[in-house]
Design a protein around this ligand. Sequence first.
Ligand SMILES: Nc1ncnc2c1ncn2[C@@H]1O[C@H](COP(=O)(O)OP(=O)(O)O)[C@@H](O)[C@H]1O
Ligand SMILES: [Mg+2]
Length: 360
Amino acid sequence: MSPRIFKEGGESKLSFTYIPKRLPHRERQREELLSLLLPVVKSQCRISRAVYLYGPSGSGKTATVKLVLRELRNRYSFLKSIFVNCRFTSTEFSLFQQIAKKLVPSFPTRGYSSLELLVNIYEYITKNDICPIIVLDEFDVFIKRNGVSSLRDLLKIYESTSEGPSITLILITMEPHTSLNALPTIRLKNQFKKYSVEDLYDIVLYRAEESFVEGVLSEELAYLISRLGYKFGYGSARYCIELLQHSGYIALFSGLDSIEYWCVIEAFRRMEPSIELFEPITPPKAIEVLESISMNSTNRNPYVEVKKLLKILPNYDDLLTLLKNMDRSGYVDLMETRGVKYVASLIPPNMLEVLKSGAS
Ligand SMILES: Nc1ncnc2c1ncn2[C@@H]1O[C@H](COP(=O)(O)OP(=O)(O)O)[C@@H](O)[C@H]1O
Ligand SMILES: [Mg+2]
């Protein structure tokens, strides 16, 4: 049977460990990072750097760093990148321990003090002439708890010996940390900001193209996913990719040939089960509006022109106000493009039935 929703191997391309070849809207960050690391690599790690980048969750920090390091490793096979996620790393010892284990899984770490461990790591690096770039990702908690002295030790250690390679650090945090100013860190000039709806739209189209059979996701649904990622995921690409993945599976398990509108809404509701419904809205009116929207939208295009709704519901003189309220409380997505207002329902059909029976 030929694949219906996912391309062959397409499912894994939406997994969070997969790093795509391109990162739309992160080209400048990629280039800047490359240009900061190239001198390090070209000197065979005889000069060192500490590069610092930060930005909100899902803004492409980890993906950009991994992409750049992959590119560098492909060109310079002697390079060794050591990637440590520090989210649950609370002590200096466990930080050095993780670095050691990434270097050699059987690295002996027990019974040493953290400084002794660092010395051992460095001896190993020197003896094997390794050119290490150490990435410390999600470093916020560690830095708040421990300050920057461990980093200083990491950066300084080669200065005490004459010939060894130097250690390069890439630090990734969500918030900018002023304590890092005390170190000779280079802040990326192009920092990571939350993506705009348009950025997310390009990302969603690209990731869908990589994963789905052609035509499985309409442009309108890609746009809806971008809007949801912007509004509910605070501009996170991760949020959009999760929506893509869930929508794809829902379509697949329902035996469909393409992703339909309700699959996206269903995926969205699974991710946001706790959005409170019907608080500030009078139910009968809102339900009527939702029904009109769903009757006039299609499987591939969820958006209905507000003007058209006004014609269908002529006695709703305050329709726009109602739609704005419904937008705020997560019932609909109200948006404007080139001066034209559109609205899409965010309520799955079965939920609408439940709401209707509750309201009557
Ligand atoms: N510009 C982009 N283009 C394509 N995919 C992206 C882009 N930015 C982020 N992603 C994807 O979104 C997800 C989250 O990105 P990630 O780099 O982990 O964010 P962060 O580290 O800033 O929290 C990953 O699956 C990543 O591949
Ligand atoms: Mg990350």
